[in-house]
Design a protein around this ligand. Structure first.
Ligand code: GLC
Length: 429
């Protein structure tokens, strides 16, 4: 069920941690897609040590990055649990030298650092033979001759086994939701391989809420989730309702040493500002190495994001959706009392910045991180006809923030708009 803390949250950190960090392969998909054999993929278990894993250090970094919640993989599509489960031996305590309950340390540290606890759980389990016992609803066996990890691959269905699998998922989720204190958010993945009816999604959701009535569930539950999760491609128009954009810092969810395609801190900050402008939030992914440490390039992005947020907090946390891009060619947010607009300026202006369609007169414009006041003027205003004109802010000499500059535009009252077009002037006094 949607909760106020989540509706207001702006930044979460996503963690894809698992045995896939050992080699140089993608999480689960690598064996599913035949880039590595299942056996070689699973051999990564022997190299998963978590030898430098320090959940408190992670939590401290995420807190400094400005995150309000964290979501970590408890089990990806490969079925390897990062927690102590009595329902399967395929877990890092039994199958890897790590021998640690990663979820336990993670949940404790995140909670202790004052952030909300999220758990990613893959509905799909490509390691469990009970999973590949039915076909996606309405599809024929012939469509799945090669789908060896996901379906009976051309063979007959076994609905009883499927039912056992659903119970297995329920059991593991009960462990996750009762052995580690309150889980605030469940982040499911992989619902696409079965229908709502096959997942028994309605009963499943009720079951989860019976374990914690306040738990929030992401959208990947065939229509039974609480909010949308656009992935990798930043939305151009924000989805309806509460939403969270998830993205990687390079191109991989988990750690891959060969992936050097990193986004810059400024790109990530700009994506974050885009989410805020459109009324959403960002879930930024890190992929820790098998020993539990983070690539320094990922740490740098988190630290820079944290610096930007720290220096401009009032433009971020207690705010809502900003102006449309037709009104301001950049990002923006609005204070909760709707009397202040915050403008995100990514590049050094050559002269004036302009804002259109705001009827409420402006009282003061300043640079948020320095307090420097900027001059402003209007053109095209026709007060007698309600045309507010264009607000011009002289911004070429201001001192820029090293990452992204925020301008604070204080209004005389609550914001009101005129988003129409100019009218014919019938009186030129
Ligand atoms: C995709 C992938 C998965 C990843 C997830 C994160 O759905 O299946 O590997 O964990 O996106 O959003």
């Amino acid at each position: 069920m949607m909760q106020d803390w989540f509706r207001k949250a702006k930044l979460g950190i996503f963690i894809h941690y698992g045995i896939y960090a050992v080699g140089d392969v993608s999480e689960s998909w690598s064996f599913h897609n035949g880039n590595i054999s299942y056996e070689d993929y699973m051999k990564q278990c022997d190299g998963f040590t978590a030898s430098k894993f320090d959940a408190r250090a992670w939590a401290d970094l995420f807190r400094r990055a400005g995150a309000q919640y964290v979501v970590m993989t408890s089990k990806h599509h490969d079925g390897v649990a990062l927690f102590d489960t009595k329902y399967s031996d395929l877990n890092v305590l039994k199958k890897t030298p790590a021998k640690r309950d990663i979820v336990k340390e993670y949940t404790e540290a995140v909670r202790e650092a004052g952030m909300k606890v999220g758990i990613y759980f893959s509905l799909i389990d490509w390691s469990d033979p009970r999973y590949r016992t039915v076909y996606p609803e309405g599809e024929k066996p012939e469509d799945h001759l090669k789908d060896v990890f996901a379906t009976p691959a051309g063979g007959p269905e076994d609905p009883e086994k499927w039912q056992e699998f659903l119970e297995f998922n329920n059991n593991q989720l009960r462990e996750l939701m009762t052995n580690y204190g309150t889980v605030d958010l469940l982040w499911f993945d992989g619902d696409w391989e079965r229908s709502a009816a096959q997942w028994k999604a309605k009963e499943f959701k009720a079951y989860l809420e019976s374990l914690n009535p306040e738990v929030i569930v992401n959208s990947r539950l065939q229509g039974y989730g609480d909010y949308e999760t656009p992935e990798q491609g930043i939305p151009v128009i924000g989805p309806k309702g509460v939403w969270e954009f998830c993205t990687t810092i390079n191109d991989s969810w988990g750690y891959r040493p060969s992936d050097n395609d990193y986004k810059t801190s400024r790109q990530i900050i700009r994506m974050f500002c885009d989410c805020l402008t459109l009324g959403g939030k960002m879930l930024l992914d890190v992929g820790p190495k098998e020993d539990g440490t983070l690539d320094e390039r990922q740490v740098k992005v988190l630290e820079d994001l944290g610096q930007f947020i720290h220096d401009n907090e009032e433009a971020i946390y207690e705010t809502g959706k900003g102006l449309s891009y037709n009104q301001f060619l950049g990002g923006s947010t609005l204070s909760e009392d709707k009397k202040t607009i915050y403008l995100f300026v990514y590049d050094k202006p050559a002269e004036n910045l302009c804002v259109k369609g705001i009827k409420t007169p402006v009282k003061r414009v300043s640079v948020l991180h320095t307090g420097e006041e900027l001059t402003f003027s209007y053109t095209g205003a026709l007060p007698w006809s309600g045309i507010p004109g264009t607000l011009w802010i002289r911004a070429d000499e201001m001192e820029m923030h090293p990452l992204t500059t925020v301008l604070k535009v204080e209004l005389e009252g609550e914001i009101t708009y005129n988003l129409g077009h100019g009218e014919v002037v019938t009186n030129n006094d």
